[in-house]
Write a protein that binds this ligand. Structure first.
Ligand code: NAP
Length: 243
């Protein structure tokens, strides 16, 4: 297999750090023209210095900003809705801010950006491919993750409805569902070895992931090698979800 995206324009959200940055770099290496969206301008500047991508600074928790970023990106063949946040609060103490912000970034922005991008794909009539970066937390309940789990379950089901409605336009839509990945977010939530140990013990392969594990799965799903794979939520989890 030799995945290439020459001549394709790829939009990656949350490309400033972690998994999104890894995906942006990989897609660029595979020949795509990357449009990187993220919140911190300095991250985008550093990425542009590395892969010569286009960059759009936006706070995707704002609905208009999310739609505006997608419109500014122009014609897109490959979309990765990766931007996400984790605000960890026990359910009984869950704040309105935590719930609203989590749903706005993890679910609403993906829906709005997906809508703008898919409208363009339909108009151009050449199909396309979309991958939403979900989580194992969409399928397994995790302490302190009520808002996060709900947002990712919503994203999984959004993926299925998008697949149902966009399939006839030859726009494939899939999700990946990673376990703990050692990124700034992963370190923030699972960096404490005492907290990490019970989670690690539930992963049959006995290790957390690295950003490239997710980036490789995303590249495959975006590529023509996954031409008949549509509407799936693919665990990238070392087997966590079998248990
Ligand atoms: P990360 O290290 O925190 O990086 C997230 C990136 O998204 C950052 O560049 C961040 O920019 C950007 N972002 C966040 N909120 C944004 C907003 N409102 N507007 C624009 N950009 C925003 O996170 P990660 O671990 O790479 O996670 C990426 C995706 O994977 C998320 O959807 C996450 O839920 C999912 N995931 C992660 C793990 C894990 O263990 N790490 C596991 C399963 C799923 P700023 O830093 O400038 O805010």
């Amino acid at each position: 297999m030799n995945i290439r995206f020459d001549g394709k324009r790829a939009l990656v959200t949350g490309a400033g750090k972690g998994i999104g940055r890894e995906i942006a770099v990989l897609l660029s290496q595979l020949g795509a023209s990357v449009v990187a969206v993220s919140r911190t301008q300095a991250d985008l500047d550093a990425l542009r210095a590395e892969i010569a991508c286009e960059t759009i600074q936006a706070d995707l928790s704002d609905a208009q900003a999310a739609q505006g970023a997608a419109e500014q990106a122009g014609a897109i063949d490959l979309l990765v809705n990766n931007a996400g946040i984790a605000i960890i609060e026990p359910f009984l103490e869950m704040s309105l801010h935590g719930l609203d912000e989590t749903l706005a970034v993890n679910l609403r922005a993906a829906a709005l950006i997906g809508q703008v991008v898919a409208r363009g794909m339909v108009q151009r009539g050449k199909g396309g491919s979309i991958v939403n970066v979900s989580s194992q937390a969409s399928m397994a309940a995790l302490h302190g993750h009520a808002a996060y789990c709900a947002s990712k379950s919503g994203l999984d089901h959004l993926t299925r409805v998008m697949a149902l409605e966009l399939g006839p336009h030859q726009i494939r839509v899939n999700a990946v569902n990673p376990t703990v990945i050692l990124t700034p977010m992963g370190e923030k939530v699972w960096g404490d070895p005492e907290k990490a140990a019970p989670m690690l013990s539930r992963i049959p392969l006995g290790r957390f992931g690295k950003p490239h594990h997710v980036a490789h799965a995303v590249a495959y799903l975006l590529s023509d090698y996954a031409d008949l794979i549509h509407g799936v939520t693919l665990p990238v989890d070392g087997g966590f979800l079998v248990g």
